[in-house]
Write a protein of this length. Structure first.
Length: 228
């Protein structure tokens, strides 16, 4: 009996440790590599902007392809060679330096709800900061640059599934629609399967070069206050 109790205790500790580890993001690495001896090592992004939020049922921004989409708007102030986007739900217990913390997250940070993240990176036809407005955003043309559902690079969710998302997008300089120029972008997020999106999340936008003046916000009004 003592042996069985001991095994159960070890398993419980292992599960608790695994769950704690699952909720901490590792360094966000770019696609740029450096050769160290015989090994190619991926270099971490130099510029990482973190947003902590909460998505709730019935508060989606758009229904597209039968899926309920939520958006986070991103102002990119200069040309970038690459952008990295990743999202994890729930947000976990990690400490994020200089994170943008939404009121919704603060009010719901103790929530145990989480969702299967699915993210897109979209570029708008708005290239100048002084052209950003609610009306302009509604009438803008949006080009999807890349999308991701599940990434094995991301921590697993509390149920042990690799359901969190990560993408890296390299600028296509020969194509104005797909080049990472200064302008307004957005991260679209939903779930892979049609259903409700509910829970806390952490989203990060990263670049291999410093981009002073980046803005990340859930609404256009909040974004304009950040980048004024």
């Amino acid at each position: 009996m003592k042996k069985i109790t001991s095994i159960i205790s070890v398993l419980a500790i292992t599960l608790i440790t695994a769950n704690a580890t699952a909720q901490k993001l590792p360094k966000f690495k770019s696609s740029i590599t450096k050769k160290v001896g015989p090994t190619e090592i991926a270099l971490p992004y130099t510029d990482v902007n973190t947003y902590l939020g909460f998505a709730k049922q019935g508060n989606e921004d758009e229904v597209k392809g039968g899926k309920k989409f939520y958006y986070i708007y991103v102002w990119v102030p200069a040309v970038a060679p690459e952008l990295g986007i990743r999202m994890m739900s729930p947000a976990g217990k990690g400490k994020y330096k200089n994170a943008i913390i939404s009121d919704e997250y603060t009010a719901n940070k103790s929530s145990k709800d989480f969702f299967d993240t699915y993210v897109t990176l979209e570029k708008s036809s708005i290239l100048l900061k002084n052209k950003i407005s609610e009306d302009a955003v509604q009438n803008a043309t949006w080009t999807t640059l890349k999308k991701n559902d599940d990434s094995s690079e991301m921590p697993k969710d509390p149920k042990g599934r690799s359901y969190n998302s990560l993408l890296r997008y390299k600028s296509e300089v020969s194509n104005p629609l797909k080049a990472l120029t200064a302008g307004l972008y957005r991260i679209g997020f939903t779930t892979y399967k049609t259903g409700e999106v509910n829970g806390t999340f952490v989203a990060q936008v990263a670049s291999p070069v410093k981009l002073p003046g980046v803005g990340v916000a859930k609404t256009i009004d909040a974004l304009l206050k950040q980048i004024k």
